[in-house]
Design a binder for this molecule. Structure first.
Ligand SMILES: Cc1cc2nc3c(=O)[nH]c(=O)nc-3n(C[C@H](O)[C@H](O)[C@H](O)COP(=O)(O)OP(=O)(O)OC[C@H]3O[C@@H](n4cnc5c(N)ncnc54)[C@H](O)[C@@H]3O)c2cc1C
Length: 415
């Protein structure tokens, strides 16, 4: 069967590069167009978590081991209050063994490097900002800001939260992303000390007054952290007069060790605030020969640590579908891809949004109630629900063999 000849991927983030790596593995000629001008600019950003489902998806394109090699395996996910009281502690070794894939923390740039190597820099056109596309019976042409164009059988919009491809697909009738009401101040700091921040635990602290704090060790020397502040809390964080680090240190001054030490150890310029957005699930990722993946399709808040995980799952599933599609069948295949992924991605978006609203609670009595609920239910009900969503029955089905052996399915994916 003659499969498609050429795919155009717009955006060299995690979604675009994963899709491109999957397509190349299927033998499909692929070019990636990225607005940013230099590889250095692509390698920015802090650390993050990749859960078991992301590694299972990466395994399908043979990249799980390379990504795991530069990551630190997480053995516990621990929830605490802002007084230091432990509310819940999830043991991650059991699920890791049962599904056969780890949960890891890593630098965003490490994942990017592995994906870029898999795609090959010669297939990436940096400094190419898509401005629009035109489609006809047997192909699609992408148009770029520098006046150039490119033609392929399919165009994949992996251009993030404020996707141009998405806006073009909707002919401009697209509401802006939905603001979640909080900001994540993220950074990586140099902070050795196993007793201060032990390797292998992802700490998730929930406080009063609209404050949260996440942190974990990335390697012997570095710690990744995220201070999440509601709008009301952010209003009291005066970064103009005091600078980001001192303003955050003041906001978190009553929090238990090592929060203050982590903030104090961080370089001012390393702290990057990101206003958190998503889009209410609405579908419509596929139209004709054009399709969306990653944040362009299903952006979500950071509360489940699944945005990149879902971008990876979508990219792998899309590549698998296109690998068995004839050029004339592309529109039908893209609709089938969307159908296979939409409900899972929508569940992630909705659940993540709901968790985020718990962090907007300000009053001390309501926060105490939230702590009590977390203490009572997070080790049982919440863990079960979270793993049910993440692994979609995978724990019951047992470990997935390495790539090259029998290939495991992406939860909610095709193939
Ligand atoms: C603070 C924070 C913490 C997070 N933590 C986690 C976590 O722990 N785990 C997790 O799984 N997820 C996490 N996420 C979510 C994750 O970062 C995103 O879901 C993921 O990066 C989306 O990847 P993407 O490739 O779809 O989009 P992006 O990373 O936004 O990439 C889009 C690319 O397209 C390019 N582009 C844009 N417009 C154009 C154009 N017109 N032409 C050409 N190129 C264009 C951009 O330059 C960019 O390189 C977090 C997000 C935030 C904000």
């Amino acid at each position: 069967m003659a499969t498609i000849r050429k795919a155009l991927v717009i955006g060299a983030g995690i979604g675009g590069l994963t899709t491109a790596a999957g397509l190349l593995r299927q033998g499909i000629e692929t070019e990636v167009f990225e607005a940013r001008r230099s590889p250095g600019l692509l390698l920015t950003g802090g650390g993050f978590m990749l859960w078991h489902n992301a590694f299972l998806a990466l395994r399908r394109i043979g990249l799980d081991e390379a990504v795991a090699a530069d990551s630190v395996r997480m053995r516990f996910h621990e929830f605490r209050s802002d007084t230091g009281r432990r509310l819940a502690r999830w043991h991650l070794d059991g699920p890791t063994e049962r599904c056969g894939a780890p949960a890891c923390a890593l630098r965003r740039s490490s994942l990017h490097t592995v994906l870029t190597e898999a795609v090959g820099e010669h297939r990436m056109r940096l400094g190419s900002r898509l401005t629009g596309y035109t489609e006809d019976g047997d192909g699609v042409t992408a148009h770029f800001a520098d006046g150039s164009s490119a033609r392929g059988d399919v165009l994949i919009g992996a251009d993030g939260l404020r996707s141009t491809v998405r806006a073009e697909m909707r002919r401009g009738f697209e509401p802006p992303p939905r603001y979640a009401g909080y900001t994540a101040w993220q950074a990586i700091t140099r902070l050795p000390g196993e007793t201060l921040v032990p390797t292998g635990t992802f700490f998730n602290l929930w406080g009063r007054g609209g404050l949260r704090f996440l942190y974990c060790r990335l390697n012997e020397k570095e710690v990744y952290w995220d201070a999440i502040t509601s709008d009301r809390a952010s209003a009291g964080i005066d970064t103009v007069r005091r600078g980001r680090r001192d303003a955050l240190a003041a906001a978190y001054r009553r929090w238990p060790d090592p929060v203050g030490r982590i903030i104090a150890s961080t370089e001012e310029e390393a702290i990057l605030p990101v206003a958190i957005h998503d889009r209410p699930p609405r579908g419509g990722w596929a139209h004709g020969r054009v399709v969306l993946v990653g944040d362009a399709a299903h952006p979500m808040t950071l509360n489940l640590s699944q945005g990149a995980g879902q971008a990876i799952e979508s990219g792998v599933a899309l590549a698998a579908v296109l690998g068995r599609t004839r050029p004339a069948d592309v529109p039908r295949a893209l609709r089938a891809f969307e159908e296979s992924r939409a409900s899972r991605a929508a569940d992630m978006v909705t659940t993540s949004w709901r968790i985020g609203t718990l962090g907007l609670v300000h009053s001390a009595p309501l926060c105490r109630l939230r702590d009590l609920m977390m203490y009572a239910f997070f080790d049982s009900v919440a863990r079960g629900q979270s793993y049910g969503l993440m692994l979609d029955g995978r724990l019951e089905r047992g470990p997935v063999p390495p790539a090259g052996a029998a290939v495991g399915a992406v939860p909610g994916g095709t193939g």
